[in-house]
Design a protein around this ligand. Structure first.
Ligand SMILES: Cc1cc2nc3c(=O)[nH]c(=O)nc-3n(C[C@H](O)[C@H](O)[C@H](O)COP(=O)(O)OP(=O)(O)OC[C@H]3O[C@@H](n4cnc5c(N)ncnc54)[C@H](O)[C@@H]3O)c2cc1C
Length: 315
């Protein structure tokens, strides 16, 4: 899970280079470099390059969209609401059936797609997660329901009303962390490299946040980082780009954007089909289409191909 991944990544860095709990409010470019401004009033820079890996609502994207001289880049910078919501709980391992640690369990119940899985945490700790995914076209913010008790109660009601199996119910009941998320994504075709001085570049969700239905967001972010690091190493060693930082950044964007856009489109499509049924998703006709679609995909082995294709590095 995220804590273990962060521990591994941080462990590979020299001490003192990671600084946490400091909110970046803006990234300002100038001919001498990019400067980070923080909410505590401090500033750092100028830097040759700022890599904005600050997620779907981060500050770096604003700098990338700003025109030369810091003016507005135009367009709509709002993330796009997918119409899908997720009720999501996490518990210490122990609720799922023996021997299912390496399995993802999935069900459809009425208009809801449900899943459970086991994840490795730090040390010997293992966690189990349960998620109920459904459509609600009314736009609500991410984590609109902050109250854990309310989110858990709503999820349990949803599972009971739709006849989900005991595995999901027990896991939801045992979860001590509960969230309700609105799923948002970014238009991946917008630029990833700043149009001002070319000193800010985006990766991960900041560049191409996608619905989580193919489990690919973090996977693609890691591939972005690998690709960008490789191109910067080529630049620094003189192996490519003839000393031009902007050429290296544009190359990275050209390599990664087509694949991440395709994965995003597939994720949005799978998310929409998984949550068919109910008032927003075509009722019984939607459910029948969904069930036949996934049965056919499974029979033809297409589902596995799509999952594996997204996970194969394209860097
Ligand atoms: C329910 C759910 C399930 C998912 N399942 C999977 C899965 O199975 N597999 C998978 O690959 N992906 C999955 N994802 C997607 C994955 O979580 C994201 O794609 C991934 O976390 C993106 O990583 P990131 O580093 O780009 O952004 P983030 O993880 O969002 O990290 C951004 C970081 O920047 C920080 N930050 C933001 N703004 C600022 C600021 N102004 N100043 C300073 N710091 C800032 C944030 O605090 C955060 O630490 C899932 C997502 C959801 C919601």
């Amino acid at each position: 899970m995220r804590d273990r991944l962060m521990q591994i990544l941080a462990g590979g860095l020299p001490s003192g280079v990671v600084s946490t709990s400091r909110e970046v409010t803006s990234v300002e470019e100038s001919p001498s470099g990019a400067t980070l401004r923080f909410a505590d009033g401090s500033a750092e820079g100028p830097f040759d390059l700022v890599v904005g890996a600050d997620g779907i609502k981060g500050a770096a994207r604003k700098a990338v969209r700003a025109g030369p001289g810091g003016g507005s880049g135009g367009g709509n910078d709002d993330a796009i609401y997918s119409g899908i919501r997720i009720q999501y709980g996490v518990a210490l391992a122990g609720q799922r059936p023996e021997g299912s640690e390496r399995e993802l369990h999935q069900w459809f119940g009425g208009d809801t797609y449900g899943l459970s899985a086991t994840y490795q945490g730090i040390g010997d700790k293992k966690f189990e997660m349960v998620a109920a995914v459904y459509q609600d076209r009314d736009r609500k913010e991410e984590n609109a329901v902050w109250d854990q008790v309310e989110a858990k109660g709503a999820c349990l009601r949803r599972l009971d009303e739709r006849g989900f199996p005991q595995e999901m119910r027990a896991l939801a009941e045992a979860s001590d962390r509960f969230y309700e998320l609105g799923v948002y994504y970014r238009n991946p075709l917008e630029g990833w490299v700043s149009r001002g001085e070319g000193q800010v570049v985006l990766l991960g969700d900041a560049a191409h946040a996608m619905p989580p239905n193919l489990g690919q967001g973090a996977n693609q972010a890691i591939q972005d980082a690998y690709c960008l690091a490789g191109r910067l190493a080529d630049l620094n060693s003189g192996a490519a780009f003839e000393g031009s930082l902007i050429a290296a950044l544009r190359y990275y964007e050209r390599v990664r954007k087509p694949d991440t856009s395709l994965v995003l489109a597939k994720s949005a499509f799978v998310g929409a089909v998984e949550t068919l049924g109910g008032a927003a998703g075509g009722g019984a006709v939607g459910e029948a289409f969904r069930d036949n679609f996934f049965f056919g995909m499974w029979k033809a082995g297409v589902a596995e191909q799509i999952f594996m294709d997204g996970a194969m590095p394209k860097v």
